[in-house]
Ligand binder design. Structure first.
Ligand SMILES: Nc1ncnc2c1ncn2[C@@H]1O[C@H](COP(=O)(O)OP(=O)(O)OP(=O)(O)O)[C@@H](O)[C@H]1O
Ligand code: SF4
Ligand SMILES: [Mg+2]
Length: 374
């Protein structure tokens, strides 16, 4: 299969900026990565790195979310910036063409041969929730407490069946199929129950089933195991594993939990300060990270193997020093420079290139070749 045919989603030079009281928040900057058919890519990074913003951009709702918060602030300057954004969008122009730093999404998100950036909302609606589905961060809020789970599970299928072409029998059979796939116990007797009657782990399984009903090509899961106890986490991971084994689906798995990312991902993209700083095979990225941020991040919550490596190499076990960058006022040059042990003058002045330093392996660092082995 050629490289292009193999690729389900290609994100290219994506930027996504919010407007806020403190000015423009550069949540995503020049982000590029891709997901192949049937593979799971882990988007891994600290809180505030921009992971959810990448997901919202792929789903084509970043501008709406950002605009909504800006409208609450009812600030004249924000309104003008968003008007300019609309004008630029209508004319097919970028911030650079307009000579202004505009809020919203720019760049390219190629999905099945089409660029989703700037796509008309009516067209996007056919893709969102159908070909690309999403389980948001903070799961339970996504469920309606009053609707039985079989109807909730069927919802996306019904919404996208605008001409009522699908027979009811087919829809009900699909509901049972996806609830079975995630191994929800006693589906036949419990399908009429409401979300409050299920455990937290079961709720998450139902959400996964809901996201699978349309047989999507891409499933985005945002922190599926955050704020649950270890037993529930295990059951959620088992459900994700069943999806991976049984369906030929691309998954973007967002998490700041190294264990979850390591267990589920084929490849990993590491994010800090709105940038992907390392992207490649999961084993390589997590066991022998090449980027100073990834090294510091895995050492701040180490696995047994990393602990041993730290001991063997005489390194010091510690968290990442300092604070994550303020994306309303990001550092000059390399976004990690104020916290990096290897920082030299060029790092403060020049933004590193995001480059493919090895086959299928990308790094965002001026000094990658000079760093000690890890
Ligand atoms: N509606 C908003 N308006 C302005 N800034 C925002 C908004 N939402 C998020 N941000 C900022 O954008 C940056 C990226 O946020 P994002 O939620 O994408 O990070 P994240 O990696 O998903 O973090 P977490 O792991 O905490 O979920 C952060 O600096 C955050 O404070
Ligand atoms: S570019 Fe410089 S500051 Fe940034 S990660 Fe590499 S060595 Fe550290
Ligand atoms: Mg998030």
């Amino acid at each position: 299969m050629s490289e292009q045919k193999d690729i389900l989603l290609r994100v290219e030079d994506l930027r996504a900026y919010y407007t806020s009281k403190r000015g423009t928040v550069k949540a995503v900057q020049d982000v590029s990565f891709h997901i192949r058919h049937g593979e799971t890519v882990g988007l891994f990074g600290e809180s505030g790195a921009g992971k959810t913003s990448v997901a919202l951009s792929i789903l084509g709702i970043f501008d709406q979310v950002s605009r909504y918060y800006a409208s609450m602030a009812s600030d004249k300057e924000h309104k003008e910036l968003w008007q300019l954004r609309d004008e630029a969008r209508n004319k097919g122009l970028t911030s650079e063409d307009m000579g202004v730093t505009l809020p919203g999404v720019e760049g390219h998100i190629w999905f099945k041969g089409e660029d989703l950036v700037g796509m008309d909302e009516e067209e996007y609606r056919k893709i969102r929730g159908y070909d690309i589905t999403y389980i948001p961060q903070g799961t339970r809020k996504a469920m309606n407490p009053y609707t039985p789970i079989d109807l909730q599970t069927a919802e996306s299928l019904i919404i996208h069946d605008e001409d009522n072409l699908l027979p009811e029998r087919y829809i009900l059979r699909r509901v049972l199929e996806v609830l079975d796939l995630v191994e929800l116990a006693d589906v036949d007797t419990r399908k009429k129950q409401k979300p409050g009657q299920f455990s937290q782990g079961e709720d998450q399984r139902i959400l996964i089933a809901m996201a699978l009903i349309t047989n999507p090509d891409l499933l985005i899961m945002d922190e599926p195991t955050t704020a649950v106890d270890v037993g529930v986490q295990r059951r959620i991971l088992e459900a994700i594993d069943l999806v991976k084994k049984n369906l030929d689906i691309g998954i973007l798995l967002i998490s700041n939990d190294q264990g979850v990312i390591a267990e589920m991902s084929d490849r990993v993209a590491v994010m800090t300060g709105g940038r992907i700083v390392e992207f490649g095979d999961a084993e390589r990225v997590l066991k022998h990270p090449g980027h100073p941020f990834t090294r510091a991040f895995v050492m701040s919550n180490p696995t047994m193997e990393i602990m041993r490596r730290i001991r063997e190499k005489g390194l010091v076990l510690r968290g990442i020093p300092g604070e994550p960058p303020d994306m309303a006022d990001p550092p000059s040059g390399c976004v990690f420079h104020p916290r990096c042990d290897y920082c030299i003058d060029i790092c403060k002045e020049k933004v590193p290139e995001y480059r493919e330093v090895d086959d299928d392996y990308w790094i965002f660092c001026h000094r990658y070749e000079e760093l000690p082995e890890f």
